[in-house]
Design a protein around this ligand. Sequence first.
Ligand code: HPA
Length: 274
Amino acid sequence: MRERDKIVQALDFLRKEFPDYRPEAVLVLGSGLGEMSREIEVLSSYDYHQIPGFSCSTVAGHAGTLSLCRTKDLRLAVMKGRVHLYEGYTAAEVVRNLRVLGLWGAGTAVLTNAAGALNPQFSTGSIMLITDQINMTGENPLVGENIEDWGPRFPDMSSVYCPELASLALKRAIELGIYLEKGVYIGIKGPSLETPAETRAFRRLGADAIGMSTTLEAIAARHMGMRVLGYSCLTNKNLPDCMVETSHAEILAQAGKINRDLTTLLNDILPMIT
Ligand code: HPA
């Protein structure tokens, strides 16, 4: 089945199951991230496997969950779990679920991830607001036939992360007393972490944080005209001249700790983003 048909299949399923629902925003929660507050009412939840056409990880326990939620002011779809290029998925598969929600009506995508800090002034355990990105994955979800109904052949990328949403995020973080770094996210394919030489090179390219997700989703979201807001949870620090070993377990443990701040920020800002 072609990519477009899978998206239509997922969209038809969701529309039939939930005729009265249309998400206004979508929140993508990255690895180890995401405790949702009680203020977010979950109307229905689906395992990705239950949605025909949806991309889902074949690894047991990593499948992912889509929750259709409502806050006082916003209809919010929450995707917990994503598929990655390093698992062997194509760029189109990586962004498929987000596209389904964008076509269903979501006008804003809030993307979160776990990332390594490349900026030596950033500390582990803090959160970086993504101001721009470098797509270093070598892949692009827009390669191939362009579907004009989704967006233009050569979409503008001069402002991937919505400046108005970014200013609001910074303002709200100050009011909540949560320190936010600001910077450029570089997305790589992975799954190997960076060598010291790569770390030095990426820093020189202008990146402040590095991870294995988000860039393709942001491209697909902008292609569809969605506004994008992005947060990186800095789970470790990569400094080329004093590299320390990083393990996946450590990244997940740090992500858990940053969760509290991220949850506070998200619960505060989500109702304001319509
Ligand atoms: N590099 C790449 N991806 C990551 C890292 C890192 O240091 N930390 C969390 N995701």
